[in-house]
Design a binder for this molecule. Structure first.
Ligand code: SF4
Length: 394
């Protein structure tokens, strides 16, 4: 943990007028069995203290000249944890902190992550009123057997509100889905997906393969979990991708699909290495070539902020090699690929000198990559193995 006042802080953001803002809400109603994100059980007293601390962290950031009055927010993202678990009054207060502290850019995107069990009409109306433009729902599955197994506390029936007309007032509605679940078959996944695709206001879908993380209940009982075999996993991934592409979704990143005009701009800013500020415990920031993270522990966060310290866990410089590696890795996970001409502008290294050119020729011959003008693009088959391709090129 780094106690940080005046020394060693990133420069003022004056020169960068547009940034993204991520605000972490660390509260959950219960812990899902696969989850290794930082979260604690919600209680209203802790939530009130946390909201005060967020405001204080913002003031500290401004006093330390990490951000300045001139900064505008292109995108805002309330993530967690479970932001929708906050009460109407708490959510409204959080929105007010943002509105009173920052200028929102014209055409901004403002996303709030919601879980089905804690989302209500009242919260929806209030968020809309406060200027939120986009809701992202952690549905994960529409099989009650799978939801129970994952330790999710909502049911498939509870997700029925996703058919409500009131959601059409938002610019974008997204759903998160998980697959590769214990005991799941391709047919199970197809049933869930088929039903999700009947939601009338769906614009965005993120589909993640289950990761069994160390230190979680799933991680501890890994050997007992009837995880799908590799062949079934491939069927699921390819079947899911095929179905979504055939229903008008752009497959714009390995795990992300959007109706035209509905990509998540906040995530795209991360992948483009555009600047963003994180507020709240466990949040990350990227400003002026430095990445820094806040402490992933609520009490430490509250103590540091209360005592006038920026609550940093670490600060790291992103040197040219690291930047170039990340650009290859993130670029090959996206349908837009890598702009090999402007590569040098961001990382200072010519693309041709950084990557293994023989491998590129080989992967193009094998139909895993293609070249279009200055762009190196993953093909549909290439996206399936994007991380391996990037590792080979670097
Ligand atoms: S709701 Fe999300 S953040 Fe909370 S425990 Fe479950 S997966 Fe983790």
């Amino acid at each position: 943990m780094t106690m940080q006042r005046n020394a060693d802080v990133p420069h003022c953001l004056k020169a960068q007028s547009s940034i993204g803002l991520y605000l972490h809400v660390p509260f959950c109603a219960a812990k899902c069995r696969y989850c290794d994100f930082y979260s604690v059980r919600y209680d209203s007293g802790a939530a009130a203290t946390y909201l005060d601390a967020i405001k204080r962290e913002f003031d500290l950031s401004r006093n330390e000249r990490i951000i300045d009055d001139c900064v505008e927010l292109e995108t805002v993202f309330f993530g967690g944890g479970t932001p929708s678990l906050l009460s109407v009054a708490e959510l409204s207060a959080l929105c007010r902190i943002i509105r009173n502290s920052f200028t929102l850019a014209a055409g901004y995107e403002w996303t709030v992550e919601c879980n089905p069990e804690s989302f209500t009409e009242e919260k929806s109306a209030m968020l809309l009123e406060e200027g939120v433009t986009r809701l992202s729902f952690g549905v994960q599955s529409l099989s009650n057997r799978e939801l129970r197994l994952l330790g999710r506390i909502h049911t498939a029936e509870r997700c029925g509100f996703l058919r409500e007309n009131s959601l059409s007032a938002y610019s974008s509605i997204g759903v998160d889905l998980m697959y590769g679940l214990p005991g799941q078959t391709f047919d199970d996944l197809r049933n869930t997906l088929g039903e999700i695709l009947t939601f009338p206001h769906l614009h965005h879908l993120s589909a993640y393969e289950l990761t069994v993380a160390e230190g979680t209940p799933f991680g501890r009982h890994r050997r007992l979990l009837p995880l799908p075999e590799d062949e079934e996993m491939s069927r699921m991934t390819e079947g899911l991708w095929h179905l979504l592409r055939n229903t008008g979704f752009e497959h714009y990143e390995v795990s992300n699909f959007a109706q035209p005009g509905h990509r998540c701009r906040h995530n795209e800013a991360y992948w483009d290495h555009r600047p963003y500020l994180g507020l709240g415990c466990a949040s990350h920031s990227y400003l002026h070539g430095r990445r820094f993270a806040n402490v992933p522990d609520l009490q430490s966060y509250l103590d540091l902020v209360e005592n006038g310290y920026l609550p940093r866990a670490f600060i790291e410089e992103i040197d040219p090699i690291r930047m170039a590696s990340e650009m290859v890795l993130l670029g090959l996970r996206r349908s837009s690929g890598i702009d090999t001409l402007s590569f040098i502008d961001k990382c200072g290294i010519p693309f041709d000198e950084f990557v293994n050119r023989e491998k590129i020729v080989e992967f193009v011959d094998r139909g895993l990559l293609s070249v279009s003008g200055p762009f190196l693009l993953p093909t549909e088959r290439g996206l399936l193995v994007a991380d391996a391709l990037a590792a080979a090129l670097i």
